[in-house]
Design a binder for this molecule. Sequence first.
Ligand SMILES: [Zn+2]
Length: 509
Amino acid sequence: MVSKVLCGNVYGLTAQIVAVEADVQSGLPGFEMGGSLSSEVREARERVRVALKNSGFAIRPQHVTINISPANTPKGGTAFDLAIAVGTLAANGLVEEAGLEESLIMGELSLDGSIHAVRGILPCIVKAKEMGLKRCIVPYDNAFEGAVIDGIDVYGAVSLKNVADFLNGKADSLEKVSHVDYANIAKAALKEEHSDKENIDFADVCGQESAVRASMIAAAGGHNILYMGAPGSGKTMMAKRIAGILPGLSLKESLEVSEIYSIAGLLDNTAGLITRPPYRSPHHTITLKALIGGGKVPNPGEITLANRGVLFLDELTEFKTATLDAMRQPLEDGRVTLSRCSNTYVFPAHFMLVAAMNPCKCGFYPDKNRCTCTESEVKRYKARISRPLMDRFDLCIYVSTVKYNDFSDSDKGKKGRTDTEDIRRRVAAARQIQHDRGILNAELTKEEIKEYCRLGNAEKALLEKVFEKLSLTARGYYKILKVARTIADMEESRSITERHIKEAVTYRV
Ligand SMILES: [Zn+2]
């Protein structure tokens, strides 16, 4: 007798609904599995056999054949265990088949029959809904991932026995997840972030008005920003605060980000979804594979985990040149393409690149009293970052060393300095203007720049002068316009004025 159970499969970042077919025959006992399975999936055989026994199901020795179709997509992970066990039970007539064709069943089994969390539940629930399935039975520890998905019932399961009872009509064997509005999750997450304000408030950044302003512009337009400055000048501190001033994610963005985190096994189940822009800060020893994404069936790298958020690279010059240069295309396209055998995987990588570096080896250039480097050493140090990568930064800001006065100011209280709440409001207002226009300033194409960054004659003349004086590349020229657009948006000014351009130019030095 053959039974069929629907299960979710994730390869790359793609979720698909697959059918786990189970056939049992009397005869020589055995357990065969097929359908482009990784060794991890094949190990399900032992887990399922023992879990069935320990859950109290008396199954006579028999020959079991499992096929997971379609066979042409690679299958990995442990999420098929539960579906294989249920399929085996159904083929033996121990579980009713009615309802199986409209249920997604996923989970890893432990030898005692309990069900463990797996990766990729969220995208599979979304896919199941798209396919018109009625309900999902998933590990209890993952069930909350489905809480915002409307129109499909999600049940959390703790043991194989409970699942079998449920399928046999005991409706109260599994707990149904109650639906939660996205707005409520987002509100709770923001509240939690604010309670953490001590750690992320710009008010803690002393005496760096111009750098704080640059950070605000970067966040408002989604621009890549590079901080240069001596050790201890607070550049890392500022970079870390950028994610905190970005507006929250829309439901669509949140699902995109949360699906990636669900697949990477990084989604915090108590929160359900990620509602704030992600912040990733890999160490400079990171491999190219971990940054860009890699593996036989590729896993998302840091640039994809930072999608719709911030990727912070501290001590930029310490990263391997090849690793950094691999980011150039994704920075341009907002996605990364990875080719494996016959498959091509495209991962989103819409992130804001925030980086920090010392201006020279000793860190004190251009302070002639403290810098011990020669001019050529300074040049060589900066050359560690290739020109094309340098060109990807819309803003470059020199962070000066904090003076004593700035520190003593902070003792008088945080009055007078810009705080995060105020910055966040201004960033959100500028973002709203861009939202209405339909595109983020950092992502404007040449054609869109022509449309949205129109200049008067005086502005044109100014920019021409700058172009020659700084011997700008075409890319550099457009970056100035994009940043000027953001500065104008922050002032709710429709036109870009000379003042906006002048300020934008200061961030290109
Ligand atoms: Zn130096």
